[in-house]
Design a protein around this ligand. Structure first.
Ligand SMILES: [Zn+2]
Length: 319
């Protein structure tokens, strides 16, 4: 099924001033505009009432919600429609091109530019309806909020590829979930400097877990800050890898939707979103960047990490 971008320009009204997570990321990107429904009623599927109230009050007065996260009077409407766009994406198999992002937000706190955890709310709604949900998070950061929300559950598998070490800390290969959720968290930690080759190797190497989990739905936390032009991370990934990841997901899974996470160099972000959509929708990827290769040293380091990951997951899955 074709993945359609869902874009409500209300997301530009979340004003953050001189901040990497700014409206310039999506302004002028040229996606068709529509009005999506706000999803205030769904926030407490994942978040505490206290958190929802704190965010509402902070947006009303503007300023800092936490050390990294800025809000303004337009932020509340943008945030509840970012959740709404993600819920709509889940229903339609679409891609919510939205902001603020969500994957660092935990049940009771905002963090890392994220107010509400868009993907977790959509995944929770699906899980409550009896679906098995795979969350595939290829943002260059660990989605620590999402990971924490589902770490003790076996109906939602959290699979993340990200730079390690990096913000927000954690996300090593030994972290595989807890209690009933043991084995249902898969972290693929890329060494800083990794290029398209290692990024794609990491995805392909752990794909057997995703297949064996046999999800009813795949929820993609689609962040593009692994791109080599991104100012916040040290990865060397290009639109080539995002195109391939889109193609791979479309080929492997029946029901897939996506929501935007990071990506802080506006031109690279917009190119990357289109490359992912083109790959998913069967496009040939004519205008992609040349694939990047990683050094032998990085290959060695990553091979060791993947071996270790395999050992950690061995009681649960065979890679
Ligand atoms: Zn990120």
């Amino acid at each position: 099924m074709r993945m359609r971008p869902i874009y409500d320009p209300v997301c530009l009204e979340h004003e953050t001033g001189a901040h990497p997570e700014c409206a310039r990321r999506l302004a002028g990107a040229g996606f068709d505009e529509e009005r999506v429904a706000p999803a205030e009623d769904s926030l407490e599927l994942v978040h505490t009432g206290g958190h929802v109230d704190r965010v509402r009050e902070a947006c009303a007065r503007g300023g800092m919600l936490d050390a990294d996260t800025v809000v303004s009077t337009g932020s509340w409407e943008a945030a509840v429609r970012a959740v709404g766009a993600t819920l709509q994406a889940a229903e339609e198999g679409g891609f919510a091109i939205t902001r603020p992002p969500g994957h660092h937000a935990a049940a009771d706190r905002s963090a890392g530019f994220c107010l509400f955890n868009n993907v977790a709310i959509a995944a929770r709604r699906l899980a409550n309806a009896g679906k098995k949900v795979l969350i595939f998070d290829f943002d260059g950061h660990l989605g620590d909020g999402t990971s924490a929300i589902f770490e003790e559950e076996d109906q939602v598998l959290y699979w993340s590829i990200h730079q390690h070490p990096a913000y927000p800390g954690g996300g090593g290969e030994t972290e595989i979930g807890r209690g009933r959720g043991e084995g249902f968290t898969v972290n693929v930690p890329l060494p800083p400097g990794s290029g398209d080759d290692l990024f794609l190797q990491g995805v392909r190497h752990t794909l057997p877990v995703a297949r064996a989990f046999a999800p009813d739905v795949v929820a993609v936390s689609a962040g593009f800050d692994a791109h080599r032009a991104d100012p916040l991370l040290d990865l060397n990934v290009t639109t080539h890898a995002f195109h391939r990841v889109g193609r791979l997901l479309a080929g492997e899974f029946e029901n897939v939707f996506a929501t935007l996470e990071g990506g802080y160099e506006p031109a690279a972000l917009q190119r990357s979103i289109r490359a992912f959509l083109d790959g998913f929708n069967g496009g040939a990827g004519e205008a992609l960047e040349k694939a990047t290769d990683s050094s032998f040293k990085l290959h060695d380091e990553f091979d060791m990490r993947l071996c270790h990951l395999e050992e950690c997951l061995a009681p649960h899955w065979r890679l």
